[in-house]
Design a binder for this molecule. Sequence first.
Ligand code: 4AD
Ligand code: MG
Length: 466
Amino acid sequence: MDYKIRTRISAILVDEKVKPGTKVTLLGWVRTIRIGKAVSFIELNDGSCRSGIQGVAETDNFPELKSITTGASVRMKGELVESQGKGQKYEVHISTIDLVGAAQVDFPLQKKRHSFEFLREIAHLRPRSNTFGAANRLRSKLAYGIHKYFQERDFHYIHTPIITASDCEGAGDMFRVTTLPAENPPTAKSGGVDWGKDFFAEQTFLTVSGQLEGEALATALGDIYTFGPTFRSENSNTSRHASEFWMIEPEMAWAELDDNMDLAEDFLKELLKFTLSECADELAFFDQWIEKGLIAKLEAVVNNQFERLSYTDAIKILEKNSDKFEFPVGWGTDLQSEHERYLTEQVFKKPVILFDYPEEIKSFYMKVSEDGKTVGAMDVLVPGIGEIIGGSQREERLDVLTERMKKKGLDPDDAVYQWYLDLRRYGTVPHSGFGLGFERTLMYVTGLSNIRDVISFPRTPRWAKF
Ligand code: 4AD
Ligand code: MG
């Protein structure tokens, strides 16, 4: 069979480039088939857009229809005509139909509503469902929108290592990378494993963030961004944490915390604008089936300013409402997701940027404020999700940075930090950046409430199937 000639359903239904009367060849998967006495109907979906198209054939003339069932792949040729039927603009009057790959009768995606839990068990087939088809197409578009945003603003796209010896967040939630045998690894004189005998002759891990290396590039190229996978072995079984997720990390030289907040707000708004204009078909689907009012919500975000609030002021609000929370709240405590969501969902009802966090609860690389008690950190919180962005101005002063590292129990003389400190030894500059969680962004724009449903093959504690 020759598959080169093909009309994508999106060309007919979304772009409307193909007009009625045209002979089309469609390649796709059967969603439903109804064999009637006189006429039969096949609904075909090819993944190019949300909608499928209906093929119509006289039953007697096409005995091959009998072997076609839901899930089968077929080639359908025929004339595109305006449909008399309800709910569709066009249909195809079939002239030939070829079964390419039959589907066994136990094909699990029958045309009915399946639970998301069930669909996660068949993550290899769920892209063929409406929801996951739309989620994957939107993911692709959004990735493009992210590159477009930064490329148009002269940020350089850089690639940071996946395997690394440094723990950027200092939280210790890292997956070890090793080629040493699990049983009887070589031991060091001092006891424990001799990592010097490992592949890289030192301990290595999957990266939790590309930030540190991003800083090296930003302090050479000016403005950069990364967009890549990151890994955390944090044992959080929530609907917003994945063990493998994608992060977008811009880093700007010559930029302070305010510039960072400005970029974060502008970037999120522009990304939503892009989604509203470029993914209208998918958004309409999510608005109808997943989160009513989704489009209006996104439009409101685009058209309103984010609330900017210091951590200290946020704590004052939370303390007044402490009876509403499970976890205690007070100056110096890390905010729990219930606190973050209360601020963004109940108090301000829009995205909120919190800034100037207590030094004790934030990473070693953040810039110490004049008061000595806070650092130039900022988090962007959005309704329904909580934290979507985490960022900061970086400590560019060598002496302050090394002191703070010591305070946090990190050894500034450790070989793994030398290159990072070099950035402060040679031509240091104020610089700032942040990380946007790609999956959390997708949750926000689709209304899908579980992170497992916005990445094709999620990795979470006790789950690495597929
Ligand atoms: O706040 P985080 O930990 O910040 C950093 O990693 C910085 N080094 C980024 C930087 O300044 N360049 O993570 C940034 C964002 C979070 O706001 C959240 O959206 C997402 O990454 N994120 C996760 N998404 C899914 N699953 C997880 N386990 C996540 N952990 C963080
Ligand atoms: Mg964070």
